[in-house]
Design a protein around this ligand. Structure first.
Ligand SMILES: *Cc1c(COP(=O)(O)O)cnc(C)c1O
Length: 391
């Protein structure tokens, strides 16, 4: 044995999983409040400095015991993911593009110096957890929302990277975001606070990005708007906790479905990527998205400003706007408030259709939910089935 050899840290090993069953199993509640109910079990994996990832555990859902000195409480090394499992009658539960969530989780961990892990190993453990608690997946359009989380748990107050880490996954049965039909939201262009800036952390799903948005959100609500339209200078970035899509018509009669590019200030949403990819496949003729135009239709990742929105609106060329994210999938926008130099707010109306959701979002929503629920195969790798394992 050589005492000089650098010890390699252990990775996440699904074969070491232990399962402690919940002695007090619960059932799916009748009235689901978003994010307020949890399944019977959770996955926990600790990372210990100098050793690496410890054996994964599935244990009854319940409180964590942490030192009050834990880094997460003081310096916020903390990140999360949001993904969903779907289960149609008689079918196995399905995850939607979990590789995208794992890749983003690794980038988030890297940004706050939390440990890296093997994405396939975590997906495999998540599949086991979902299968174990599959009775908590109500049939579509309901689903089970998964919240993988990592926190720095180093129990000392020194300011620096935390190699002590807890990775956990909790799961919450959720109803459709709009149980009584689509209710379009209003957005207030927020020009006195930013959620993301060059060199900042807005492109990572870090907990520290969210608390600073609470006051601007409350301000928007006090002024009669549902959510913030986040901007960086004159450029529009996102809305609420969603990526923003806008459809407008140019002078040549072409409809452009646009969303800001991933320039480091935009959260790279899995929904955003999926909607772009489906629209592009539709335009290329590889995959038909029923309801999208077959000509004079372009999809672009490009910058746009509040002035662009005002111009398109004044010319009657603003056709549709919607947010995109895992929770709501798509969320129609009916009005955008833009503060002007006089200190008043100018309201731009945005067209919606009778259902509340405009035609582009309607077409894309129908296609993405068919894939998520397993009714249509969709592109390779998008649907991942959760089967029982021997663990
Ligand atoms: C999570 C999130 C999104 C949407 O990402 P999805 O992967 O589609 O759920 C968009 N913007 C922000 C700020 C987010 O936190």
């Amino acid at each position: 044995m050589t005492i000089f050899a650098k010890k390699t840290l252990t990775g996440i090993d699904p074969s070491k999983l232990t399962i402690e069953r919940n002695p007090n199993p619960t059932t799916l509640p009748d009235n689901l409040v978003w994010g307020a109910h949890f399944s019977d079990h959770m996955l926990t994996i600790r990372h210990v400095p100098g050793e690496g990832w410890q054996a994964p555990k599935i244990v009854p859902y319940g409180p964590l015991a942490l030192s009050p000195a834990s880094a997460v409480f003081h310096y916020a090394p903390s990140l999360f993911e949001g993904m969903k499992a779907y289960k149609s009658e008689g079918a196995e539960p399905r995850l939607f593009r979990p590789d995208m969530n794992m890749a983003r989780m690794l980038r988030s961990a890297g940004r706050v110096a939390l440990p890296q892990f093997e994405p396939e190993a975590l997906i495999s453990l998540i599949q086991t957890l979902v299968k174990l608690d599959e009775k908590f997946i109500p049939p579509p359009p309901f689903s089970l929302y998964l919240r993988p989380t990592m926190i720095g748990t180093r129990p000392t107050l020194g300011v620096g990277a935390s190699d002590d880490c807890l990775l956990f996954v909790i799961m919450s049965p959720v109803g459709p975001f709009f149980p009584k039909g689509f209710k379009p939201v209003s957005l207030l262009a927020t020009t006195d606070a930013v959620r993301s800036w060059p060199g900042g952390t807005g492109a990572f799903k870090l907990a520290l990005n969210y608390a600073p948005c609470f006051v601007p959100q409350r301000t928007a609500q006090e002024l009669g708007y549902d959510q913030n339209l986040w901007c960086m200078g004159p450029r529009v970035t996102e809305c609420g906790q969603m990526n923003l899509f806008v459809a407008y018509e140019s002078a040549d009669g072409v409809t452009h479905l646009i969303t800001p590019p991933l320039n480091g200030q935009i959260l790279p949403g899995v929904t955003r990527d999926s909607l772009l990819s489906l629209s592009r496949s539709h335009i290329a003729g590889e995959f038909v998205v029923e309801g999208l135009p077959t000509s004079k239709f372009e999809v672009e990742e490009r910058e746009f400003t509040l002035d662009d929105l005002k111009l398109w609106s004044s010319e009657g060329k603003l056709k549709e706007a919607f947010g995109a994210g895992t929770a709501a999938i798509v969320c129609p926008v009916e009005r955008i408030g833009i503060p002007n130099a006089e200190g008043t707010i100018e309201d731009l109306p945005v067209p919606t259709s009778e259902s509340g959701l405009g035609p582009y979002a309607t077409a894309l929503l129908a296609m993405i939910t068919s894939i998520q629920e397993g009714r249509i195969a969709g592109p390779k790798g998008w649907g991942v089935v959760c089967k029982s394992t021997s663990a």
